[in-house]
Design a protein. Sequence first.
Length: 109
Amino acid sequence: MRKLNGWQRIGVILSILWVLGAAIHERNGQVDSAFRMAQWEREDCSSSLVMTECRQSADNRLIENLRLDSNSIVNIAVASLMPPLFGWLFAWLAIVVYRWVRVGFQGIK
């Protein structure tokens, strides 16, 4: 098995940090959005005649929105995994193009 050089190791560390940070950031965004929606719904209940039922409905919807379902997981996975994947792909492509150009200049001598 081939060992990683220093730049590759830095890339692995940054990729891991990105995945963890982006996953936490995306989930926090989902939770914040659910709480903002629930707050808006509860404020809207103050004009309702059946305030307790309205607030109970808003609370139930909050619990439903906070649930970690497949859509939430897909959003978290896309936000956290796609940028490092494209970053590694771009870096690999840049190295291939650099080597190809360098070989072309070596043939000119």
